[in-house]
Design a binder for this molecule. Structure first.
Ligand code: PLP
Length: 439
């Protein structure tokens, strides 16, 4: 009998014993095409020699040295490499162990920044409905997914949640994409004025919304307007690229495509590509300077901050993305996958929308294409699709999202950037088969 506390207690999962390229292999020898990448973790695929060797070499030198006393060569090298390619203004890298730690740190850094600046009245965070920022209490408070938050209500912080930027459902008839982008961004200003802008510290959002919405990109101009509003009211812009960053959308950072740079940027998942648990919070020189010239101490350290073996993995991953031109491959294979999805599902009666950027793509599943009516939650379509795909040897990431109290199902696809054309064809075939079983 297993003593592991599994995510889902109803059925023991198979034991994963191997990984090769885009495939995972279980103890019975069954191969699964990894089209979700864990989700959006495995950008290099499984068994990448360069990263494995870099981690081993670091373990041979030193596995761990506490950041209360030391920095390490890989942490320094990774921070330099990230800043060399980061959006303008970002200057410092705070290395953590995962995505929730990065967003939690970002929320606390925003607060401490204003305390250090002598503006302690700024303590409110504004985020969006239909978003996910992690599972720790602060990060969960920022997230807008009701299903994940429901039972923890009494523990959560008082965060404002504005409507998301979600063209498929929220753009009105006759409204063009730019006008919708402006209107959606203006919801931030309305909320600022409602709660009092002098009480707000930051706005947090995923540039391309992942787990809770299925790769929803912003409307054109949305983030530029958000940036303007943040600047006008002196609040920080925190972008959560834990899922959509590190080349996933076809540029190293998703926000590059929206022409904005945040004050704080969170990354994780693809940063370690699954070879080590690692995340990072990047912040501007201005924010770092306020701490350095103020208390001199960010009140947040975790034991495994800047772990040398994790930093070595992150450094090897970022080097591989750059030197092997894999970000461009995410863009080109993303275009190929999208074309294949459109060819196969473009007229499908239960696929309402095909969207995303790079190798970060989503399909929204609807009961009725014309009215966009979602499936009833009781039908558990996402769960049934996940099971049917897994049975067929395909790992994808179906989820239910909540918008205006209604639930919609989507499936997120985020395969490794090394995915070959034949594997794209296999992915689409298996997804079609699984969807017909689930429907
Ligand atoms: N932020 C986003 C956008 C995510 O998608 C996730 C995880 O899915 C997180 C934060 C939390 O990351 P982690 O699961 O590594 O704690």
């Amino acid at each position: 009998m297993s003593h592991v506390f599994p995510r889902h207690t109803a059925k023991a999962p198979p034991v994963c014993v191997g990984g090769e390229g885009c495939y995972l292999i279980d103890s019975a020898g069954k191969r699964y095409l990894d089209a979700s990448g864990g989700a959006a973790v495995s950008c290099l695929g499984h068994g990448d020699r360069g990263v494995i060797d870099a981690v081993k070499a670091q373990l041979d030198r030193v596995a761990f040295a506490h950041t209360g006393f030391f920095t390490s060569e890989p942490a320094e090298a990774l921070a330099d490499l990230l800043i060399a390619h980061a959006p303008e203004g970002l200057d410092r890298v705070y290395l953590v162990s995962g995505g929730s730690e990065a967003t939690e740190a970002a929320i606390k850094l925003a607060r401490q920044y204003f305390v250090e600046r002598g503006e302690p009245q700024r303590g409110r965070l504004i985020a969006r409905q239909q978003s996910y920022h992690g599972n720790t209490i602060g990060a969960l408070s920022a997230g807008g997914n009701e299903w994940r938050r429901r039972q923890f209500g009494p523990l959560l912080l008082d965060v404002s949640h504005i409507a998301p930027c979600y063209e498929y459902r929220l753009r009105e008839d006759g409204e063009n994409a730019e006008a919708y982008g402006r209107r959606a961004a203006d919801a931030l200003e309305e909320e600022l004025l409602r709660v009092g802008p002098e009480t707000v510290m930051a706005f947090m959002a995923e540039p391309v919304v992942g787990a809770t919405a299925g790769a929803v990109p912003p409307a054109p101009g949305y983030f530029r307007r958000i940036r303007e509003i943040c600047d006008r009211y002196g609040i920080l812009l925190i972008l959560d690229e834990v899922m959509c960053g590190m080349g996933r959308t076809g540029t190293l950072f998703a926000c590059e495509q929206d022409g904005v740079a945040p004050d704080i940027l969170c990354i994780a998942k693809g940063l370690g590509a699954g070879y080590q648990p690692i995340g990072a919070m990047l912040c501007s020189g201005e924010i770092y300077g306020a701490i350095r010239d103020g208390s001199g101490f960010f009140q947040h350290g975790h034991t495994y901050l800047g772990h040398p073996a994790a930093a070595a993995a992150g450094h090897a991953v970022v080097k591989a993305l750059i030197e092997r031109d894999l970000v461009a491959r995410s863009a080109s294979q993303g275009a190929a996958l999208r074309a294949a999805l459109e060819a196969r599902f473009g007229q499908h009666p239960h696929v309402g929308d095909i969207r995303g950027r790079g190798l970060f793509l989503g399909l929204e599943l609807v009961a009725d294409r014309a009215s966009k009516a979602p499936f009833e939650p009781g039908e558990r379509l996402a769960a049934r699709l996940k099971a049917a795909a897994f049975e067929a040897g395909l790992i994808c990431y179906p989820m239910s999202g909540t918008i205006d109290g209604r639930s919609g199902d989507h499936v997120l696809l985020a395969p490794p950037f090394i995915i070959a054309d034949a594997e794209i064809a296999e992915l689409v075939d298996k997804l079609e088969g699984a969807l017909s079983v689930a429907l």
